[in-house]
Design a protein around this ligand. Structure first.
Ligand code: FES
Length: 92
């Protein structure tokens, strides 16, 4: 995943925007990552990735994620939600 790929598809928030937000604002809680253009407040798919960015905005590496695979996994997540799986939530 590159800096201009979307981490939050619901609100079209890129990795670059999230990393810059986390570096600049240093939110105290992972859930405060949502203050960046409402990331994570839709389906919840991206919350684990927002948490990774929040934990280490200077060192986070998401280049191991293929954007197409990431999008496909999100679709599968939505299928799981339709079958009753609980939505991802921030742990706090
Ligand atoms: S992809 Fe971020 S809330 Fe849905």
């Amino acid at each position: 995943m590159g800096p201009d790929d979307h981490v939050c598809y619901c609100y079209r928030v890129s990795l670059r925007k999230l990393v810059n937000y986390a570096r600049r604002e240093r939110p105290r809680h992972a859930s405060q990552m949502s203050r960046c253009l409402d990331a994570g407040t839709g389906c919840g798919w991206c919350i684990p990735f927002l948490t990774r960015i929040w934990r280490d905005p200077d060192g986070v590496r998401l280049d191991d994620l293929d954007p197409r695979d990431y999008a496909a996994r999100r679709l599968a997540y939505h299928g799981d939600l339709a079958h009753g799986k609980e939505k991802n939530r921030f742990e706090e």
